[in-house]
Design a protein. Structure first.
Length: 216
């Protein structure tokens, strides 16, 4: 699969989000973190803001819901025009149904796992989702150090998907930079979420290009 770069607006200037998204338009996706200060100890964007940003973005949204009650909220967020909607396995009562509800809206479904959750927890979901997101930091805040001990999960997921006969995207989120991108890809990732390594630099297009080169 082709390598995709998904800059996270968690590291962008919230006072000029539309402009920030436009400056990262050479990316494949825009990663949008929704946090509720319950599932994770941080509070970010809510439904009306994400809905409006999706309307003004020329780049597809890769939505990451770090919120409680994924069963209720994930399908509602998926309906607003995002390309992909990721919910946390740890936040869902019926993960299979959540994935099916997301897909019924026309969005791609993805499931995320925290560092403390083993890859095996989502093996039964691999035919129900289009992507698994492996967190390489503890979810909640940007700018954390890359947890390379999470990388073996990618290989385990890739093998399990092959055994299940399903094509699966594998995403990593946390600590991705020009120093860690290639390592993540070698481990099996094909979608790289990068926050400060894109929005922390003045030339976002150059930062995205550098990540593409590093990933190769």
């Amino acid at each position: 699969m082709s390598i995709r770069i998904a800059p996270s607006i968690l590291s962008a200037d919230f006072g000029r989000l539309e402009a920030e998204i436009a400056e990262a338009s050479t990316a494949d996706l825009i990663h949008v973190d929704v946090m509720d200060n319950h599932f994770v100890p941080n509070l970010t964007l809510g439904f009306p803001v994400v809905q409006r940003l999706a309307q003004v973005s020329a780049t597809p949204f890769d939505l990451h819901l770090m919120i409680e009650d994924a069963d209720k909220w994930a399908p509602l967020y998926a309906e607003i025009g995002v390309a992909s909607c990721t919910f946390h396995w740890e936040a869902a009562k019926d993960a299979v149904q959540v994935a099916r509800d997301i897909r019924s809206t026309g969005a791609r479904a993805a499931v995320a796992i925290k560092p403390g959750t083993p890859a095996e927890a989502v093996f039964d979901l691999l035919t129900e989702v289009d992507m698994v997101l492996v967190m390489t930091v503890e979810p909640g805040f940007g700018g954390q150090s890359f947890m390379r001990e999470m990388l073996p999960k990618l290989g385990a997921l890739k093998r399990a998907a092959a055994e299940a006969g399903t094509e699966l995207r594998l995403e990593v989120d946390g600590g991705i930079s020009v120093e860690t991108a290639h390592e993540a890809v070698l481990a099996g990732a094909d979608t790289l979420v990068a926050g400060s390594s894109v929005f922390g630099l003045p030339d976002r297009a150059a930062a995205i290009a550098a990540l593409r080169v590093a990933a190769r």
